[in-house]
Ligand binder design. Sequence first.
Ligand code: SF4
Length: 74
Amino acid sequence: MPKRLQMYEGGGVVVSFDPNVCIHAADCIRGLPTVFDVKLKRWIRPENAPAERVAEQVRRCPSGALQFRMKPGD
Ligand code: SF4
């Protein structure tokens, strides 16, 4: 059964994570550990870095499991 899409919002950006697509390359965790920390239940905390930096890291996700959307007005 497919796993549910996860959404994490903070700091003016919404990051979504599709666990069905992730290849566990860990680029996100290595690249921006203040935001991506699998030890935490809420493992993506976009508010812990500038939105542009979060977006840049999301773009580097090799599988496309991570996506982002800037929140207008924030
Ligand atoms: S960078 Fe993308 S593919 Fe790699 S662990 Fe993170 S979400 Fe999964």
